[in-house]
Design a protein around this ligand. Sequence first.
Ligand code: 5GP
Ligand code: ZN
Length: 119
Amino acid sequence: MAGEPQADCLFCKIVAGEVPATVVRETPTTVAFRDINPQAPTHVLVIPRVHYPDAASLAAAEPAVAADVLREAAQVAAEDKVDAGGYRVVFNTGAGAGQTVFHAHAHVLGGRGLQWPPG
Ligand code: 5GP
Ligand code: ZN
């Protein structure tokens, strides 16, 4: 059922503590951990504990949790002290946009200059 843990989902396993991760923040609804292949000095993934395949489906089904993810992204940027210099929050949505893990997640990127458009 939507929102419930998926046995074959890497990020559900991180939520459950079955796959290790460098967790930087936790709330009752979210977990934030460092990306295993960082693209910037700060590269943290903020995920909902509930499973939805992408941010759009999370926002449609559980908008309060989607808001929690955005709030946590800002907290990560503040704690890593990249907020003043500017940071980026990215939701890759769909394989064509580079999404590889189909459990909703925000990338929080900062600590270096970020080009726009991203390519
Ligand atoms: P996507 O490409 O779906 O937007 O982002 C998935 C992200 O998850 C990638 O940036 C990738 O480096 C990261 N990732 C994949 N496997 C793991 C893992 O086992 N642990 C952590 N911490 N990050 C992972
Ligand atoms: Zn999942």
